[in-house]
Design a protein around this ligand. Sequence first.
Ligand code: SF4
Length: 177
Amino acid sequence: MKKLRLATLWLDGCSGCHMSLLDMDERLLDLAASIDFVYSPLVDVKTFPETVDVTCIEGAVSSAEDEHKLRTVRERTALLIALGDCAVTGNVPAMRNSCGIGQVMTTVYCKREALNPQIPATGLPTLHDQALPLHSFVKVDLFIPGCPPSADTLFSALTALIEGRAADLRLNTRFGA
Ligand code: SF4
């Protein structure tokens, strides 16, 4: 049987959703028989492949770099999954949306910094005005809420995809922890 080409991407998130992937523990070995991890923070591949069957994306879109990555991945992915509440709704990264970038920068680099407070002139990401969920930019094929989604939920979803079934997540997903 042809293996599923799976990628994962980490945008503006805390990595907790990727930790849930690792929390599948020994079930990862079961999945490895049917899945090739072709790109992920969890594997040592530097370039996103030209064609991928499924990509799970953690995190909101908060910067020009995030948006560029997301659009590239969408073009190269057959089925795109919003993984976790940040990708689905904006969640924690979107808490800055009501403040404006100026206030966020001042708070982070000036008000909370005792030694030489100043906003760096270089090296910062080009932040969008708002941190937004994936579907604000591209078509999303499957939403898996949770902060983070449980390992059981992810295993169930990936198993369904391997078997060519639609993942029915109604009973084992919810927003928040
Ligand atoms: S959904 Fe929760 S666990 Fe996942 S990246 Fe966002 S804050 Fe972290």
